[in-house]
Ligand binder design. Sequence first.
Ligand code: SAH
Length: 250
Amino acid sequence: MAAYDFTAPRLYVTPDLAAGARLPLDRAQANYLLTVLRRKPEDPVLVFNGRDGEWRARLDATGRKSADLVLVERTRAQTPRPDLDYLFAPLKSARLDYLAQKAVEMGAGTLRPVITRFTQGDRLNRERLSANAVEAAEQCGILTIPEIAEPVRLPAALEGLAPERLLVFCDEDAPVSDPVAALRGAASPASSPPLAVLVGPEGGFSAEERETIARRPNTVAVSLGPRILRADTAAVAVMALVQAVLGDAR
Ligand code: SAH
């Protein structure tokens, strides 16, 4: 990654960003910067809103526990949201928090919750999912916030994918074989196809679901090795492979 100031805290904000703009911080953000990180007025803070790129801001304390950010200069131009859809069966809360953060760090642009037969996650908390996505985006240096789709059942999730989007299906029943070769056989890296990844629930996919997924054209089933990984482990493993062979880690 190009030289980057990893020491400056990054905050996701919603207002428009322009030179000289003054952004009042909410109590949590002010507390984080002033009390937790003990930032001083001259310390840089980076802000982004997913539309106007990233800006360096000056911290202007307006009280012991309140502060504004005053935008100084744009540090990076806006880049588009990554064109990688991450389809996953909701897991129980702590694992889902982890899965959401790792999918964002690994380059997912859209999180698509998919309800499958063995999905065990209770009712999906989209606000919590969004908060995890924002926290991961702030930490990993990206400029967009992933889109979070409404949960849908598996058939609808598959139908919702554009035909040209290559679906990488993590199949725990697939015979162990080279996943890199499988990905290379599914698309030429030069073509940089739009991508989607699908990981199942703690209980895995049913045989019927496996058949439904395999019937979709432009779908490649990959084995992640001879061990059964937890869904949140599989999330990171498959994203590392996909990004290295077909994605933005080349
Ligand atoms: N029935 C097992 C499978 C659950 S693993 C169980 O109950 O533990 C959860 C998901 O992670 C799977 O549906 C699959 O998408 C992925 N996964 C786990 N291990 C895998 C492997 N070795 N190869 C491919 N995908 C795997």
